[in-house]
Design a protein around this ligand. Structure first.
Ligand code: LFR
Length: 476
């Protein structure tokens, strides 16, 4: 294997970045070329994703790469799941609706009337989340918007198209639509789509991660200074699929927590688990790279903390989060709340919702910012530790270690909370697991890294060794 450079575009729920990585036999460097915010826009029509701002961020990142004289072998795009753009004859019809928009409420009932949730779960294996693409599409249908669209493109596939790729649906993200079959060789579930009144013709051809879907357009090569003909590679385009590629798991007893805005907590399996127990526990079977199953539960994640901090900042308080986390570490937690309660899903102030939840459950309400932060982080850690235990129980696996990757790996209070509450060692890092996973799938397509996920994860372990936190360990 030689070495080479690739570019990863990684759009998380709160920020996006363009990173360059040079990959070789013992090398997996990562440099963030450009980072930009991802802020949903509350419009009179509802909550929208600012796709143009994201695209501008991507272009700026590619321009930085061009100015540096980088000659990447390829570019790959990943983003949060489920959201999409509606197109007609290749043109985007409207700003994409943001998954936190409440418009699916009526569609959820309509879908479950036609296909009861238990049956839906047997077909697509997805935990109930009101924003799963199929509910969004049914809402769109009821609003008449699908009448004019001839194609639905998931956001990373749409952005790849704008860079020059063919319109495709990459499998890992396609699995979050709820419209894929659960077979070993998944295909669009056209029968399900039709039962829901959706025309399957709007769904683009599927491609597996690692497929070259086009080359950077001539116009963009010229604009950015990147080589004409740079390949566009479909990666694990669901950010969580890429993150799981980047988790340096070694043994089958490893669980993972991919923690950013969301906390995705579970196991990597060879086959889906769609038992009644898994359905009732809210466990999802999303497709991973190489046909692996991401058997996991969506925990509300750092969203709850970041919205809390935002609320204080909006009230004029200056918040130093690292300082608050240190103060929180020395604070007793009087009560936990259920971070998974759907009341915490929508944007807006958090402490009033948490206060109401605690009052309704006869639990004490924290006072002072440090006690609040301690309560939020402990509640998150508890939900994550519970999900690890449930995943092991449902899949019949003994869990011996928990990997914590993503931005949450920087949060020592969270890492210790998960270790203490699960009784398991936590291996924290890499923080940029998603970008690494994106990079690795491109590097493999170029023949730079081993063929297997195990080989790629060994490279992550050697180049980005995680930090070990034992249960009961005091802050260092
Ligand atoms: C994480 C994530 C989750 C998905 C949620 C909404 O960024 O992709 O996996 O459930 O965002 O798309």
């Amino acid at each position: 294997h030689g070495s080479g450079t690739v570019l990863a575009v990684d759009l998380g729920a709160t920020s996006g970045r363009v990173v360059a990585s040079t990959v070789g036999p013992d090398r997996l460097d990562l440099e963030v070329l450009h980072r930009f915010p991802n802020e949903a826009v509350p419009t009179p029509e509802g909550l929208r994703t600012d796709l143009l701002a994201l695209y501008r961020g991507v272009l700026t990142g590619l321009e930085v790469a061009g100015r540096r004289g980088l000659e990447p072998l390829s570019i790959g795009v990943d983003s949060w799941a489920v959201d999409y753009g509606l197109l007609r004859r290749g043109r985007l019809l409207a700003q994409p609706v943001h998954y936190r928009d409440g418009r699916t409420a009526a569609a959820v009932d309509a879908v479950h009337e036609r296909v009861p949730f238990a049956e839906l779960y047997r077909q697509n294996g997805l935990q109930f989340l009101p924003f799963t693409t199929l509910y969004q599409l049914v809402a769109e249908q009821r609003d008449g918007l699908l009448d004019v669209a001839d194609q639905v493109l998931l956001l990373p596939d749409l952005l790849a198209c704008w860079l020059g790729a063919e319109p495709r649906a990459e499998l890992t993200n396609a699995s979050t639509t709820g419209l894929l079959t659960l077979d070993a060789d998944p295909v669009w579930n056209t029968a399900l789509a039709e039962r829901l009144g959706l025309d399957p013709a709007v769904l683009p051809p599927l491609v597996a991660p690692g497929t070259v879907t086009g080359t950077l357009s001539a116009a963009l090569a010229e604009r950015t200074g990147l080589p004409a003909g740079t390949d566009l590679v479909a990666v694990g385009s669901h950010d969580t699929a890429s993150a799981v590629v980047g988790v340096p798991m070694e043994q089958p007893d490893a669980a993972y927590v991919s923690c950013g805005t969301w906390g995705l907590v579970g196991l990597e399996l060879d086959r889906p688990v769609v038992s009644d127990g898994a359905r009732e526990a809210g466990f999802t079977n999303e497709l991973g790279v190489d046909g692996r199953i991401r058997f996991l539960h969506n925990v509300m994640g750092l969203w709850v903390l970041s919205q809390t901090v935002r609320e204080w900042e909006a009230d004029g308080t200056t918040v130093d989060l690292p300082e608050l986390l240190r103060a929180a570490a020395g604070t007793d937690v009087a009560a936990l709340f259920d971070v998974d309660d759907p009341v915490f899903l929508a944007p807006g102030p958090m402490t009033p919702r948490i206060t109401r939840w605690l009052a309704e459950h006869d639990r004490p309400v924290p006072s002072g910012t440090a006690a609040w932060v301690a309560t939020v982080v402990a509640s998150l850690a508890q939900a994550m530790a519970d999900a690890v235990a449930t995943a092991g129980r449902l899949a019949g696996r003994r869990v011996g270690v928990v990997h914590l990757v993503g931005g949450g790996a920087l949060n020592d209070l969270l890492a210790r909370g998960i270790a203490d509450r699960s009784g398991l060692p936590v291996l924290a890092g890499p923080v940029e697991a998603t970008a690494l996973g994106n990079v690795l799938v491109q590097a493999r397509a170029a023949g730079l890294v081993p063929d297997t996920l195990e080989g790629m994860r060994a490279l992550v372990r050697r180049t980005h060794p995680p930090r070990r936190v034992e249960p009961g360990q005091r802050p260092s």
